[in-house]
Design a protein around this ligand. Structure first.
Ligand code: MN3
Length: 287
């Protein structure tokens, strides 16, 4: 929620002063994030600023679309996000099989070009950088006091990368309509039918405060589908990550024995981890 306050306050007060005041909490990163630019500038001004003309966009295909199609086969199988968003040890922009203008008139070519090549690229770069910094902290080569900053950076950029991979692959030319088969059955069971789902999804997506996402997801405890809102997109998780090991660090989990000494409690937790359980979850998650 800290980011929500920071973002809203920044916009409301228009304020470098606010940003400066909060630099210690690393909230200043918001002013340089891709979505901040996306939201701050009217699209026409942004195009002007970036000096991009229609001629440069047109029907140019997405990066590596041909290679991507060959690499992933020509069947109906959708490539996994891990296959299209990570290569040679780095997060990368995805190879997609449709052109920038292929979704027109619903989504225009200029928006597609800018969204992928400027905004999504920013998340890719930021996530790679955060991973490097966290590796340095793990190796003892970087001040561990910066772990809060770099895990937030990974959450912001990693979630941006993860959700954009989903977004690009969730769309296609001549899409729309309604699902069939087991997805249709699940929508029926979870929401009472496609019309009801559509009403809820549109309401949730339209009501996200400031910037964020509307999401249809699988909730594994009930086995039902759920509609969610994601404000911004981190706060401070990386969407798509499957939890394998979790420690409760709310005070109720340790205060009777450890009072304010959370570090001692974390040390104690390390002595009781069931690594067999973690290994089983890892095996299931990687598929
Ligand atoms: Mn975006």
């Amino acid at each position: 929620m800290a980011y929500g306050v920071a973002r809203d306050s920044t916009l409301r007060h228009g304020g470098s002063r606010f940003i400066e005041k909060n630099q210690n909490r690393n909230d200043f990163v918001m002013k340089e994030t891709p979505d901040f630019v996306e939201n701050k500038l009217p699209r026409r001004d942004m195009l002007k600023t970036l000096g991009l003309g229609a001629a440069a966009l047109g029907s140019a295909p997405f990066i590596a679309s041909t290679a991507g199609a060959a690499e992933h086969g020509s069947g109906d199988r959708q490539p996994k996000e891990s296959e299209i968003g990570f290569k040679d040890g780095q997060f990368v922009l995805p190879p997609l099989d449709y052109a920038y203008d292929a979704l027109e008139p619903h989504i225009d070519a200029r928006t597609m070009e800018l969204h992928l090549s400027i905004h999504h690229q920013g998340y890719v770069n930021g996530a790679n950088n955060a991973v490097e910094k966290l590796k340095a902290i793990a190796a003892g080569d970087e001040d561990s006091a910066l772990v809060k900053h770099w895990t937030r950076e990974l959450a912001f950029h990693g979630s941006g990368h993860s959700l954009h991979l989903l977004f690009w692959n969730n769309m296609k030319p001549d899409g729309g309509g309604e699902p069939s088969g087991e997805l249709a059955d699940a929508i029926e069971a979870s929401f009472g039918g496609f019309r009801a789902f559509s009403r809820l999804f549109k309401a949730a997506s339209g009501a996200v405060e400031a910037s964020g996402w509307g999401i249809l997801g699988y909730e594994p405890i009930s086995g039902n589908l759920v509609v969610m809102q994601a404000e911004k997109h981190h706060d401070i998780t990386v969407h798509g990550v499957v939890p394998l090991l979790a420690i409760d660090v709310w005070e109720h989990a340790y205060y009777l024995n450890y009072q304010n000494r959370r570090g001692d409690y974390v040390d104690a937790f390390m002595e009781v981890i069931n690594w067999d359980d973690v290994a089983r979850r890892y095996h299931a998650a990687k598929g």
